[in-house]
Design a protein around this ligand. Structure first.
Ligand SMILES: *[C@@H]1O[C@H](CO)[C@@H](O)[C@H](O)[C@H]1NC(C)=O
Ligand SMILES: *[C@@H]1O[C@H](CO)[C@@H](O)[C@H](O)[C@H]1NC(C)=O
Ligand SMILES: *[C@@H]1O[C@H](CO)[C@@H](O)[C@H](O)[C@H]1NC(C)=O
Ligand SMILES: *[C@@H]1O[C@H](CO)[C@@H](O)[C@H](O)[C@H]1NC(C)=O
Ligand SMILES: *[C@@H]1O[C@H](CO)[C@@H](O)[C@H](O)[C@H]1NC(C)=O
Ligand SMILES: *[C@@H]1O[C@H](CO)[C@@H](O)[C@H](O)[C@H]1NC(C)=O
Ligand SMILES: *[C@@H]1O[C@H](CO)[C@@H](O)[C@H](O)[C@H]1NC(C)=O
Length: 912
């Protein structure tokens, strides 16, 4: 299964033969035109052969995949492909650098002052050798590897084509995808909600892998967690360490609180336990411990957190002896689906687009056989169903899949039923999706992927192909959709207007993928606790989950590394960056967010291949001038670091698409300048590929140059003064793609006068004083509006209510008046409403028929309100009602109301 590697090399050669590299090369090697032409010709031929190989590998029938001769041949091919990748990177480095001072790798021993011709000849001879070897492999194939004919074996273009068709005829995914668990879910929700229980309760979810325990728990967690004072979701897994689990619990629980736990990195178990117990002592919490394997772990954690008021602890486990520790009347045992339910689920998934999801008559016998093979496991059924959904609905096709499933079961008995089904689903993925899928498995179990972040990483890794006029980000989102539809990634959360937001990988799929990664040398996960992850000599990607020692001593060969992601935030990081800059010259992705890195070595400029540099939440104060040499950089992430100004050369990075740089000055500050953006002195207009600019400090020059950034999708602008309004608005109306905008005034008294806004805006944040006329410029497509510190004198609701597509509205310190009225028929799509810090507000009037879809209402720090708004009773769809930072008087009022039985369920926090 080397197709993933082969494809990435094909793409790499494509870059080396692309317009940009060809132009650079002909400048660089002006005098050696013939040699260059010959070299490029060879590279073209290698690419063609690799593409044919790729096509062949995709078409190989699954039954060959375990043949030893074939496997050895594929291994050789993969090694050669990696060699070619190295040569191509070296070539790209060479053509991209004027003086050819490179040659650290291949010429170290030889001449001290390489001249251009020698270098060119060296590359040429390596390419020639690679071509010869490739030709030899082709010959060997026909001699030794005879492939079992899979009949009308589907080739990859075929699969891709059908997937695209599938993506375009997308169906909506949602809660209903949890099939056959309705009763379990209701039961679980009842246990969570039961307000009559004053004590805390441990709930156990038990069942084998693939039954959907985690999916069920996650579904309920997302829905119910807001109703608790604090909440945490922590994966325990087979090889947990107590310390680690405690740390993650503390971090999660504190996430939405106003306090911080202080520095917990070096605390021992006792200290951690104390923090945890103190924090939850008087709180109502919801904690999920997912995938607990040992009774010891059960005892340890449930003892620790059993206190608390009316709290809930959910434990999921595959192990019977763990489940036995719970109380029987608070235990859900998930079972495999009975035949009829299994059949329903299969039909619903496979024939999603058919009337009544009915299975055609001729496919019925084979379908029944296939369902039988899934042993009633929802995960297996949904997987095979999702696979069949994109296949041709013919008896031949069905027979083939059924045969292959049977073959897998017999030949890979160690994989077990579910994994065999899943393996088949994997094999049928188009190659690009395979890369994306394998990549996700390198992250820790249960890792939550955000859509934008994942799109940026996939793009930087080179998995995303260009498709017509679509941007990489759009194509990536299409891939996510496909992976979700094929059940290879789970969709965990959508945003308020229905767009996919968070994903997670199923643990069984992840286990399978990790094996595949290892076989393919695609990447490894390094986890000290699991003693796994000696980085192979040829490893390309490394995700560090846990590492106590310095990385230098743990990883012998970093030279070939293309991508490193550090998830262990306590890893000693002093020499990491220096080491990588010196040794890993081909590095493409550096994701080091959360590490306390202060200095960026000058040598970072050597990483000519670098496409992603993630330093979010670091301590970086400034970047060295050499970053201007990172000409391939797509993403630079310095969000929430300590940076004020970027070096002037930053504007030379013409490919840059996402620039995050924001300094947080005061955590939890409720005032205007609790954060600031970065300054870019001049030349901002050259960054024409920018899609994200968060955050820029407005200055004369930068505001005028904004109009050049036509590709912007998301913009956050600090320090906006009156004199900038006119040039700013002129720029904004030109930004046709801009969908998210956040403007922050320069101080509390500066009035934001934006009389023109981008036409296709979806989310708008305005922080600073406003004029009531400001809303006239807002487009009607707006989904989300957040007004902060606007201090409006006049009631803004009549104007805002014209934005009938709004799904979220936040008014923080936005209005100084005494009365707000929500009239009938206003805000028909609103799901979330928050009113905060409206200090003069005495009366909140919600009329019947207003906000008919509202799900979440938060009233925070409204200290002049002296009655519970009676209109709340009209909000029929409300799922969450919160009164926060309330006065003693208001609390008394609430209690009274409860006593009279006139109050629905609500949540509150008293003022600190
Ligand atoms: C593997 O394939 C070779 C040639 O195609 C064949 O001779 C050999 O029997 C196969 N081995 C197994 C274990 O199937
Ligand atoms: C291949 O497809 C053709 C037409 O689609 C069909 O007639 C033939 O039987 C198929 N062969 C196999 C081995 O499935
Ligand atoms: C792959 O399938 C496509 C579409 O069915 C077809 O046009 C193409 O010729 C096939 N390629 C190979 C190598 O079989
Ligand atoms: C910006 O682009 C212009 C025109 O392409 C060029 O003349 C100028 O040197 C560039 N500035 C920088 C800092 O790269
Ligand atoms: C308003 O700004 C404060 C401080 O930056 C922030 O905590 C709060 O979330 C903002 N409110 C909204 C609605 O964005
Ligand atoms: C608007 O504010 C919210 C909450 O503070 C934040 O999450 C979001 O990123 C902001 N939007 C933009 C475009 O900055
Ligand atoms: C709401 O949004 C849709 C498209 O998303 C748009 O066609 C419609 O005009 C909007 N509604 C209003 C009242 O503007």
């Amino acid at each position: 299964m080397a197709e993933v590697v082969i494809l990435s090399v094909v793409i790499k050669i494509g870059v080396a033969l692309g317009k940009e590299a060809v132009k650079q090369a002909s400048l660089q090697f002006q005098q050696f035109d013939t040699q260059l032409t010959e070299l490029q010709g060879r590279m073209g031929r290698i690419r063609m052969e690799l593409r044919l190989m790729h096509g062949f590998l995709c078409g190989v029938d699954i039954r060959n995949r375990r043949n030893q001769t074939y496997e050895i041949w594929v291994q050789e091919l993969r090694m050669l492909a990696h060699e070619i990748e190295d040569i191509m990177d070296e070539y790209l480095y060479f053509v991209g650098h004027k003086h050819g001072t490179g040659w650290r790798t291949y010429l170290k021993k030889g001449c001290k002052q390489p001249n251009v011709l020698i270098s060119l000849n060296k590359i040429a001879s390596m390419v020639m050798e690679a071509e010869t070897n490739l030709g030899h492999l082709f010959l060997v194939k026909s001699r030794w590897v005879s492939v079992v004919d899979g009949g009308n074996s589907s080739n990859s273009s075929d699969i891709v084509e059908r997937s695209q068709h599938l993506a375009s005829s997308s169906r909506s995914l949602g809660e209903e995808d949890l099939v056959g668990v309705d009763e379990d879910r209701e039961q679980l929700e009842t246990w969570l909600r039961g307000m009559h229980l004053d004590c805390s309760v441990v709930i156990v979810l038990h069942g084998m892998g693939g039954l959907g325990k985690t999916a069920l728990a996650a579904n309920v967690y997302m829905k119910e967690r807001e109703k608790f004072d604090c909440h945490a979701w922590v994966f325990v897994s087979q090889t947990y360490s107590t310390k680690d689990v405690l740390k993650r619990l503390i971090t999660e629980l504190y996430k939405e609180s106003e306090d911080t736990p202080g520095d917990i990195t070096n605390l021992e178990i006792d200290g951690l336990q104390n923090i945890l117990i103190t924090f939850i002592a008087d709180k109502k919490y919801l904690i999920i411990l997912d995938d607990v394997w040992t009774p010891k772990a059960f005892d340890e954690f449930s003892r620790l957190i059993r206190n608390g008021k009316n709290s809930r602890l959910i434990i999921t486990t595959r192990e019977g002896d763990v489940a036995a520790r719970g109380t029987p009347d608070r235990m859900l045992t998930l079972k495999d689906l009975p035949e009829d339910k299994a059949w329903d689920l299969f039909c619903k998934t496979t024939f999603a687009s058919y009337a009544d999801h009915e299975c055609p008559k001729d496919l019925k016998p084979l379908s029944e056989e296939i369902v039988l093979r899934c042993k009633g496991l929802p995960l297996a059924i949904v997987s095979v169903g999702s696979l069949l959904r994109v296949r041709e609905k013919t008896v031949e096709e069905w027979r083939r899949i059924n045969d292959q499933l049977g073959w897998e079961l017999i030949n890979n008995p160690m994989l077990g039923d579910v994994r065999n089904v899943l393996h088949l689903s994997y094999i049928y993925l188009p190659t690009q999706l395979k890369s994306c899928f394998l990549y996700c498995s390198l992250f820790s179990e249960g890792y939550l992927f955000g859509r934008n972040m994942l799109a940026r990483l996939w793009t930087a890794e080179g998995f995303i192909e260009e498709r017509g006029a679509s941007t990489f980000e759009q194509v990536a989102e299409g891939y996510m959709k496909e992976l979700v539809q094929r059940n290879m990634l789970q969709l965990v959360q959508r945003n308020s207007f229905g767009r996919m937001k968070m994903f997670r990988m199923h643990d069984i799929l992840r286990e399978l993928a990790i094996d595949l990664c290892r076989n393919d040398l695609f990447g490894v996960t390094y986890d000290e606790d699991k003693c796994a992850g000696s980085l192979d000599k040829d490893g390309r990607r490394l995700v560090v989950q846990k590492l106590k020692k310095d990385i230098e001593r743990s990883i012998s060969s970093v030279h070939q590394l293309r991508s490193i992601t550090v998830l262990d935030k306590s890893m000693p990081s002093l020499t990491l960056l220096h080491l990588l800059c010196e040794m890993s010259t081909y590095m493409t992705v550096l994701e080091l967010s959360g590490l306390p890195i202060v200095n960026i070595p000058y040598a970072i400029g050597n990483l000519f291949n670098l496409r992603h540099l993630g330093l979010r939440r670091s301590k970086v104060k400034m970047l060295p001038k050499s970053v201007e040499k990172l000409s391939n950089l797509l993403t630079l992430d310095l969000s929430r670091s300590d940076i004020d100004e970027l070096p002037g050369g930053i504007v030379k990075l013409k490919k840059l698409r996402h620039l995050f740089a924001q300094k947080v000055k005061y955590l939890n500050g409720r005032f205007l300048l609790s954060s600031s953006g970065v300054r870019i002195r001049s030349g901002l207009g050259n960054l024409t590929n920018l899609q994200t600019l968060q955050s820029l400090e407005a200055q004369d020059e930068s505001v005028r140059k904004l109009r050049e950034l036509r590709q912007l999708r998301s913009l956050r602008l600090f320090n906006v003064k009156g004199v900038y309004h006119e040039p700013l608005c002129e720029s904004l109306v030109e930004m046709h793609f801009l969908s998210k905008l956040h403007v922050i005034a320069s101080d509390e008294n500066e009035v934001l006068l934006l009389n023109a806004l981008p036409p296709n805006l979806q989310k708008l944040n305005l922080t600073g004083k406003l004029d009531i006329d400001s809303f006239q410029a807002v487009g009607r497509n707006l989904y989300s509006l957040r007004l902060n510190l606007s201090q409006l004198i006049e009631d803004p609701l009549p104007s805002i209510s014209l934005l009938s597509n709004l799904t979220e509205l936040f008014l923080d310190g936005a209005y100084n008046g005494e009365k707000l009225v929500f009239l009938a028929e206003w805000f028909p799509n609103l799901k979330t409403l928050q009113l905060r810090d409206l200090h003069n507000l005495k009366q909140l009037d919600i009329q019947e028929g207003a906000m008919v879809t509202l799900e979440k209402l938060s009233l925070v720090n409204l200290d002049s309100i002296t009655e519970i708004p009676p209109g709340i009773k009209f909000l029929m769809t409300l799922r969450y009602l919160g009164f926060h930072e309330i006065t003693q008087g208001f609390l008394t009022l609430l209690r009274e109301c409860v006593r009279n039985g006139g109050m629905r369920q609500f949540w509150y926090t008293p003022r600190a």
